[in-house]
Structure formats: structure tokens, C-alpha cells
Design a protein around this ligand. Structure first.
Ligand SMILES: NC(=O)c1ccc[n+]([C@@H]2O[C@H](COP(=O)([O-])OP(=O)(O)OC[C@H]3O[C@@H](n4cnc5c(N)ncnc54)[C@H](O)[C@@H]3O)[C@@H](O)[C@H]2O)c1
Length: 291
């Protein structure tokens, strides 16, 4: 049982759009906030297409797509988040930007509203410190692509109250997700090894050891991963990967977490991955979800 009814998602990018699908599909009223109207329009269009396809494939009951879409609402007005029982932040991986958002949200949202961050690498305690409600703050790290992946890494900050953690945990379960508990440490469980691992794959390309296609085939075939590291990086986006590396490297000084120069060159060339149609691989469209 959860006492959460209305969910806010701040950021309608790669992760926010997927997280909003998870919440709306589970029947929660879902308010998606982004500063850019075009991000909301793109997310809504992709959400609609994804839900329709899910219904056609029998993953949703008849009428399920319309029902979920009916729960989805986009806004560029932060004050609309005042209606939320819990807000999940999925904006740029930059502590200053996150602090700015949470301090504004803190002014608009009632006392009871729980704040959550989907950060991959920044300390929950540090983000919570700028939120004005560190006791009602929790880490909820969804995996990419959020609308398909069940895992949520749940991490309390130093001042998170047990009630807040429990409420967020039950809410994760009510969305049909699989929560796991982890301490507030850089990269939590998954990114602790995925960021250095993915950077190793980038360095193999940089050094001309193998083509992206062959690296992906090798990893999928031998390790049984559903996606190769370079396919995954194309979904993550080079811009996001750079921010993740900078945050992780800054915290750990682990050399394998340092952003490979190729990532910076790809950003300069607008080869961000799926979102610009070309990254390590080339795509026929810039759809957020699906092939
Ligand atoms: N991409 C991944 O693989 C992945 C996986 C798990 C978690 N994350 C985390 O999720 C967060 C978002 O990553 P992403 O890949 O979705 O980024 P993204 O660049 O695809 O999307 C970010 C969105 O946030 C919006 N935004 C920026 N500042 C804002 C603000 N102040 N208020 C409202 N909206 C704002 C942008 O307009 C954009 O639409 C990051 O913290 C990242 O670490 C990313």
C-alpha cells in the first residue's frame, strides 16, 4: 500500500520521460515538468507511441494506453508541482542545477511532499542539503530505459527519515518496480562498475582495437548482456555520459571513470547518440524509445 497519489517528474529527457511512463502506466497521476516546451512535446509524442505499441503487443490491456496517457500531464510551470505527493528529479547531472530546482520546489510544494533524485553519481546527502527538506529526501535511481527496466536503486541520505525511505520504497513497489537498497555512495551499485566498464569500451574504439559493432557483439555474446556497452552509451547520450564521468571521477579519482577524449569530440560533432540520430552507431530516427 502506498499513500502517494500524484507524482511529479522534473525533467522530460531520456530518463524523466521513461520514469513518467512507469508512474502513469501504474495509474498514478503524473505531472511532468521541464523548462523546455519542446522537451515536453517530444516526450508526450514518444510516450503515446510507446504506450500504443505496448497495447498492440498485449503488454497493456485494451484501453490501457489511453488510460495511462490520461494520467500524463506536461507543464513548464514549476508551481504545478505543488499538487504532487512525491517529486522525482531527472534533470541535468549538475549539483548546482539540482540545488536550484529543489530550492524552488521547496517553496512551492507542501510539507508532506517527498523529494527524490534519479542522480546516477552525485551524493544524495549533498543534493538533499540544498533542498530545504533533507529528512524527506531519497535517492531513486531508475535504470535506462526506465519504461522497460524494473530495477530502482533506493538510497537514503544521511538525514533521510525512515518513514520517507519506507514511503518511497512502497511507492516503488506500487509502480511494479523492483527496489534494492544501497548506501549513498558514488555510482551506487550499477554505475560503480558500469561507468568504468563503458569507458573501457570507448577507449577500445579510441585505440582502434575494434569497431563498436564488434565490441557490442562480443559483450552480448560472451557476457549475455541484452545490450552492448556502445549501444547502451548511445541511449545514455554522450552529453550525459560526460557529466556522469565528471561527477564519478571527481568523487573517486578512479582513472577509469575519467571522461575519454572521444566523448568530448563526439559532443562537439553533435554525435550524442540516439537523440541526435548518430553516436557510436547510426539510427534512422531520433525517437527516444523503440528502434
Ligand atoms: N541517461 C542515463 O542513462 C541515466 C540513467 C539513470 C539516471 N540518469 C540520471 O538522470 C538524470 C537525467 O539524465 P537524462 O539522461 O534523462 O538527461 P537528459 O539530458 O536527457 O534530460 C534532462 C532534461 O532535464 C531538463 N532540465 C534541465 N534543467 C532543468 C530544470 N532546472 N528544470 C526542469 N527541467 C530541466 C532538460 O530540458 C532535459 O529535457 C541525471 O541526473 C542522470 O544522472 C541518467
Amino acid at each position: 500500500m502506498t499513500n502517494i497519489q500524484t507524482v511529479g517528474v522534473a525533467g522530460a529527457g531520456t530518463m524523466g520521460a521513461g520514469i513518467a511512463i512507469v508512474a502513469a502506466r501504474a495509474g498514478f497521476r503524473t505531472i511532468v515538468f521541464d523548462t523546455r516546451q519542446e522537451a515536453l512535446d517530444h516526450a508526450k509524442e514518444q510516450t503515446s507511441a510507446f504506450l500504443k505499441k505496448s497495447e498492440e503487443r498485449g503488454k497493456l490491456p485494451a484501453g490501457g494506453a489511453a488510460a495511462a496517457l490520461g494520467k500524463w500531464e506536461g507543464t513548464t510551470k514549476l508551481e504545478d508541482m505543488a499538487r504532487c505527493d512525491l517529486v522525482i528529479e531527472a534533470i541535468f547531472e549538475d549539483i548546482k542545477v539540482k540545488h536550484q530546482l529543489f530550492s524552488e520546489l521547496n517553496k512551492h510544494c507542501p510539507e508532506k511532499t517527498i523529494f527524490a533524485s534519479n542522480t546516477s553519481t552525485i551524493s544524495i546527502t549533498e543534493i538533499a542539503g540544498g533542498s530545504g527538506r533533507a529528512d524527506r529526501f531519497v535517492g531513486m535511481h531508475f535504470c535506462l530505459p526506465a519504461q522497460l527496466m524494473k530495477l530502482i536503486e533506493m538510497s537514503p541520505g544521511m538525514n533521510t527519515s525512515p518513514e520517507t525511505f519506507d514511503t518511497a520504497w512502497k511507492f516503488a513497489q506500487a509502480m511494479g518496480q523492483k527496489p534494492v537498497a544501497t548506501q549513498d555512495t558514488p555510482g551506487f551499485i550499477l554505475n560503480y562498475f558500469l561507468i568504468p566498464f563503458n569507458n573501457d569500451a570507448i577507449r577500445l574504439v579510441e585505440q582502434g582495437v575494434a569497431d563498436p559493432r564488434d565490441i557490442d557483439i562480443a559483450v552480448k555474446t560472451a557476457l549475455g548482456y541484452p545490450m552492448g556497452p556502445l549501444e547502451l552509451l548511445d541511449l545514455v547520450g554522450m552529453d550525459t555520459q560526460k557529466l556522469l564521468c565528471e561527477a564519478m571521477h571527481g568523487l573517486t579519482q578512479e582513472s577509469r571513470a575519467a571522461c575519454p577524449p572521444l566523448v568530448r569530440r563526439m559532443i562537439a560533432a553533435n554525435r550524442l547518440g540516439k537523440k541526435t540520430g548518430v553516436g557510436f552507431h547510426t539510427y534512422g530516427n531520433t525517437k527516444m524509445f523503440g528502434a
